[in-house]
Design a protein around this ligand. Sequence first.
Ligand code: GDP
Length: 194
Amino acid sequence: MQVTDAEIIISAVSPKQYPTTGLPEFALAGRSNVGKSSFINKLIRRKALARTSSKPGKTQTLNYYLINKAFYFVDVPGYGYAKVSKTERAKWGEMLETYFTQRETLQHVFLMVDFRHPPTADDIQMKEFIEYYQIPYTVIATKADKIPRGKWNQHTSQTKKALGLKNDDALIIFSSESGEGKDKAWNVISQYLS
Ligand code: GDP
């Protein structure tokens, strides 16, 4: 897809601030630092529209990016950040649950996990949460450039096994450095756009 227009719409702290255009939304869920902002920037070919985080876990907002005035990327705040207090974590969980369960324009979640390491308990919990609410999702394994190609199969198995995915379930191996997986990610999005 040719991206001709990309803008930050809002960092929403409450559902009242979510856009009311009715345009489709694609959420990026994953731990802080997993590469959500880099994924957005790579797909839309901007260096830094989405701010790559210097302070992981600090953003407790849903960040809306409007692309080609046709759909939104929604950057969901990172989870699994040890320094976030229990209260903050609970607040974050509530916000996320409300968003995932009540947002009718949410089409698909990209669940971002770090390809280098086995998924964490938080990753697994997020996957179960998304499945429980029957939201269509695709796992994106990030930072693939840091793993030699010869080990990709091994890392794919490791990731799928930990997440309880079947062998033929989709997983997109992605790198914001090399652009690996970018076309496959766009293919997922395109299915929802007329
Ligand atoms: P976010 O917190 O999930 O939005 O993660 P960011 O996109 O801010 O990325 C966190 C850090 O990982 C940054 O230093 C990025 O440059 C780096 N990073 C993200 N994606 C990749 C990738 O595919 N390859 C490599 N080598 N580094 C990446």
